[in-house]
Design a binder for this molecule. Sequence first.
Ligand code: GUN
Length: 284
Amino acid sequence: MLKLIDGKALSAKLRSGIKEEVAEIKAKGITPGLAVILVGDDPASQVYVRNKEKACIEAGMHSEVYRLPEETTEEELLARIDKLNKDDNIHGILVQLPVPKHIDEDKVIDAISVEKDVDGFSPANVGALLIGKEAFEPCTPRGCIELIKTTGVEITGKKAVVIGRSNIVGKPIAIMLLRENATVTICHSRTKDLKKEVRDADIVVAAIGKAGFITADMIKPGAVVIDVGINRMENGKLTGDVDQNALKEMDFDCYLTPVPGGVGPMTITMLMRNTLVSAKRKLK
Ligand code: GUN
């Protein structure tokens, strides 16, 4: 039987804990503040940014959103980041990616102060993650780990297969799974026999960006499948990289995060947690 991992329920539980901690730190004089910058008017990014803003406000955090026009120059964006770096009311800064082509994404990420890089994208945070030092962990991969853990399935010693090698998801989740003592394989578009690799996996993380790419025959009975894909279909509905309907028909047990309602809400929850952690450091 297919067991769905409820990311919405886990998020709600974690967010209520975060909300309590926000109230506690507010009583000590610090309101955790997150600044989100969106350049241009990509519809998907607009939705993500609105959801981040809403979640922060609901948790009692301070939220600032800068919606800048598509033609914003790199200099203008860097100047905005510099201001926020120096702003004591702001504990986390996030520039929604992708940025327009005329802006150098690496320069933007580098400009965010490491202490406020709640996305965990800066080379310093990525390096810290790699060598096992304390760091802001990227939100989507961290959310995936939390989702795997709710199943109660032990990660240690398991074969984990990550499909996708992006800096935002594939690479960091591979490192996190390694830290959880999984044996990790990273697959990508040049992988020779993807089906065979996935079929061997106890834990599958699909971050490809192609609707229904992972079919039921690729999944090993008992596997935990984390679907990071967010694909919009012609009818406007969202769907993941995993063919959930086919998996439902199979006569073996496995776990799957649904889309929507799986990884998506957890990404925002982890962003809130990172922002709270950043604000708490100011207490010390
Ligand atoms: N674009 C897609 N995912 C993310 C994310 O986690 N953070 C940022 N800043 N941009 C994104």
